[in-house]
Design a protein around this ligand. Structure first.
Ligand SMILES: [Fe+2]
Length: 270
């Protein structure tokens, strides 16, 4: 039994971890935070305002931080911290928006599992991050669909529907877009003994290992299913908040930001 103070998120998506200072964790607390993350899929930790060194140190309690393949680091001292900036005059939708997805589902092996964001500069009333629980979505599937997707795999591509925003982002940062990457993964995963849906709509191209006639239908069905309001928690940020999620069990997307600046620090963790 965890000694942490925990409150479930809206629609039972993830959990808030209350009354904790991430700069002063003992070994037990580090383990309990990781256990909570894996069993709930996403944790929300309010108002931490960590400096870059403490932020990177906390990431190392969860796993091995990785240099994200497509974005630059904060600076040489903090190569694992990506700056995600939204400028007031940006015209395209914000980074990663409009499609729920699971980060780097287009990598075949050795892909990072966890993503963490900290709010540095937060506009009031907009720029929520939207989470959908793959655990809850799987549980509520009709048994007929569960049966059909038992052995299904998805083909995921970095050139999937979400790629439009990424390619614009890379252009802005002067990074040359690399060739697209593609990978295949089972779409039903077991995390912490519980089944969860891994369908990353922003990257999903095709569903395989199902009846050929069902493939397009299932793809559309599952994308609509994970987008249902009953599985969604739209998280409203305050400055200094941390959201940390497991990409195996949680889908996410950004929401639109208009005429405002927003700054986040992201760390990706294996
Ligand atoms: Fe993302």
């Amino acid at each position: 039994m965890s000694a942490l103070s925990i409150t479930p998120g809206k629609n039972n998506v993830g959990a808030y971890i209350n009354n904790i200072d991430l700069k002063k964790l003992d070994q037990n607390q580090k383990k309990e935070i990781k256990d909570t993350l894996v069993s709930f899929g996403v944790v929300f930790i309010k108002k931490q305002n960590l400096d870059p060194a403490s932020y990177q140190n906390f990431a190392k309690c969860i796993g091995q931080p990785v240099v994200y393949p497509r974005l630059r680091g904060l600076d040489k001292k903090f190569p694992f911290i990506n700056v995600i900036e939204r400028k007031p005059n940006d015209k395209n939708l914000s980074f990663g928006s409009s499609w729920l997805h699971q980060d780097t589902s287009y990598l075949a092996s050795d892909r990072p599992r966890f993503t963490m964001l900290m709010g540095i500069e937060i506009p009031i009333g907009q720029g929520n991050t939207i989470f959908s629980s793959g655990f809850n979505a799987y549980e509520k599937l009709p048994s007929e669909i569960k049966n059909k997707i038992k052995n299904a795999t998805g083909i995921f591509s970095s050139a999937g529907p979400i790629a439009v925003t990424r390619i614009e982002r890379e252009k802005e940062m002067g990074i040359k877009s690399s060739d697209s990457m593609e990978a295949e993964h089972p779409i039903v995963k077991i995390v912490n003994g519980k089944k969860t849906l891994y369908v990353s709509p922003g990257h999903l191209m095709k569903i395989k290992n199902v009846d050929e006639k069902d493939s397009d239908y299932l793809k559309k069905y599952l994308i609509e299913h994970v987008n249902k309001q009953e599985f969604i928690f739209s998280y409203e940020w305050s400055k200094g908040d941390i959201c940390l999620w497991d990409n195996l069990s949680i889908l996410h997307m950004a929401s639109e930001i208009k005429n405002c600046r927003r700054l986040m620090h992201r760390i990706t963790i294996k």
